[in-house]
Design a protein around this ligand. Sequence first.
Ligand code: HEM
Length: 117
Amino acid sequence: METLRHVVVFIHLIGFALLFGAWAVEAYTRRFGVTPLQHIGLTIAAVAGLALAAPWGISYELNYAKIGTKLVILLIIGALLGIGQGRQRKTGSVPPAVFWLIGILTAVNAAIAVIWR
Ligand code: HEM
């Protein structure tokens, strides 16, 4: 059970890597867009995160304030991806505030995951 939980954490991290990595590529190449890989990363992180939000395979208490905060931030990132994709389709570009918030909030969620105990 414990090993299975570690595998789900690993999948959760793959989702995070895809979401943040795809965003970082857009920033580095100065395209500043929203891509399907970001949506895939978000979905993987969300599904694995929700599975981890249940107390199985652990002998300690989960921090539900932390998990709830991460869930709210993830929903905001999802909304921003949707808004960004819509604007990209209509106008050809994503508003800068939307683009930068996606990356910043993803990094904030990772920071919350590792720093808030
Ligand atoms: C963009 C969104 C997210 C990012 C970047 C993210 C990032 C991370 C990272 C880096 C870890 C590993 C931390 C560690 O093991 O010390 C982690 C663990 C975890 N995440 Fe997330 N996460 C996100 C969304 C979520 C969501 C939406 C939930 C639940 C609703 C969630 C629940 C958890 C739980 C419960 C763990 C701990 C696993 C364990 O130790 O058993 N995460 N997350």
